[in-house]
Ligand binder design. Structure first.
Ligand SMILES: Cc1cc2nc3c(=O)[nH]c(=O)nc-3n(C[C@H](O)[C@H](O)[C@H](O)COP(=O)(O)OP(=O)(O)OC[C@H]3O[C@@H](n4cnc5c(N)ncnc54)[C@H](O)[C@@H]3O)c2cc1C
Length: 359
């Protein structure tokens, strides 16, 4: 069988591509080819937050569009995993003017005294410096991108004309008349008229280079803080340290995400770990904002993501194949930007997918 659209990679971006394509064109035949299991790449590790924020107009547009598409996907596929959450932003006063520009729709405002008291109850260890401002946004969403990918694929599997092939490692894309052959490591060949490559931090696909994006892998690291949050506790972001505390009530812990400086790491399921530098970064953030948590860091979650130089996703046509596009470079925001990335990638096929849907 030849699919109309094959998606290589069943992370949050690949799942969003398949879901948006099928939602817009129910008659398309769509397949996902995933080398492991759906949602178990970078998407598995992100105890993650969707916040309506962006440092540039292009990032803000991705955030705005993604939230609209997440709502549409939730209406189509049933409520997406996760929960609405408040986010408290700890911002040094000198950075407030710059920070105020980052918001989509002016979602952020100074916390009231009631809200500040609520935060103190949720995280008694929190200490604010005299020049720290506390801002609050109530439009965020805490979820797991891997669980969201699984939810979307679960819904897709109930639609006619959708197939999900797990354990299929695509090793080559070969152009042929009217489409592509996707060659798997075991020699099987899958035919498709269009291909979207959404392989996350797995950047090598047998000679398929992504031009001009500066794509590299970067470690994404988080420490587990052994303290049980309540079901509705907020996210706390330390803007200056580029770190945040994410409540994980199901895991009875908070997750302290930091920005690790390690580049060009391989997306190996084992072998990635916090090193001394990552721990020093985490300790600096905690020493400043919640020193009592320093002794409570036990365990970690470490993986990597594909990053671009601009932190904007790399979405484009494969220079070696007219029928294939790539959607890579989540840059640590691949969850919150996934639907907009997916929509842009699908859009590169212009009218040809919709022509197929009606033919
Ligand atoms: C600890 C942590 C915290 C994070 N926090 C946030 C956050 O708060 N907000 C946010 O927006 N983002 C966050 N992220 C980033 C986010 O999780 C990623 O950007 C996103 O999950 C990337 O999705 P993806 O679909 O591009 O990649 P992946 O989820 O890695 O999916 C790619 C898939 O492709 C498959 N694949 C690869 N090569 C092949 C092949 N040749 N053939 C077949 N299949 C293949 C892989 O097995 C994988 O399943 C966080 C990440 C981590 C690790």
């Amino acid at each position: 069988m030849t699919a109309d659209l094959a998606v290589i990679g069943g992370g949050i971006i690949g799942a969003a591509v398949a879901a948006l394509a099928k939602k817009a064109h129910p008659h398309l035949t769509v397949a996902i080819l995933e080398r492991h299991l759906i949602g178990t790449g970078a998407s598995l590790y992100g105890g993650a937050v969707r916040v309506p924020i962006g440092t540039t107009p292009a990032h803000r547009e991705l955030a705005r569009r993604s939230e609209a598409l997440f709502r549409a996907l939730g209406a189509w596929a049933g409520p997406l995993p996760g929960r609405a959450a408040s986010v408290f932003w700890v911002v040094p006063a000198r950075r407030e003017p710059e920070f105020a520009d980052y918001w989509v729709g002016g979602a952020c405002r100074p916390a009231t005294s009631d809200e500040t008291a609520r935060l103190a109850r949720a995280m008694p260890a929190l200490t604010l410096a005299p020049d720290d401002l506390l801002l609050v946004d109530e439009t965020a969403w805490c979820g797991n991108p891997g669980a969201t990918a699984s939810h979307l694929v679960g819904h897709l599997l109930r639609q006619p004309g959708f197939a999900c092939h797990e354990g299929v490692h695509v090793v080559a894309i070969e152009d042929r008349a009217g489409g592509c052959d996707l060659v798997a490591a075991d020699g099987q060949v899958f035919r498709s008229r269009h291909v979207v490559r959404a392989t996350g931090p797995w950047l090598d696909l047998h000679g398929r280079r992504v031009p001009d994006s500066g794509l590299r892998t970067k470690k994404v690291a988080a420490l587990h803080v052994d303290l049980a949050p309540a079901a509705d506790d907020p996210v706390i972001v330390f803007v200056e340290e580029d770190a945040y505390l994410l409540p994980d009530p199901a895991g009875r812990r908070w997750i302290l995400c930091i920005s690790s400086p390690a580049w060009d790491v391989a997306p190996a399921r084992s072998g990635l770990a916090c090193d001394a530098e990552d721990r020093a970064i985490a300790a600096r953030a905690l020493r400043r904002h919640a020193p009592a948590l320093l002794d409570r860091c036990r365990g970690e979650r470490v993986f990597c993501d594909a990053y671009t130089a601009t932190r904007l996703p790399a979405i484009g046509r494969d220079p070696q194949s007219a029928r294939s596009v790539y959607a890579l470079g989540g840059s640590g925001s691949g969850y919150r930007f996934a639907p907009a990335i997916a929509e842009t990638a699908i859009g590169l096929f212009e009218g040809s997918l919709s022509t197929m849907a009606v033919s």
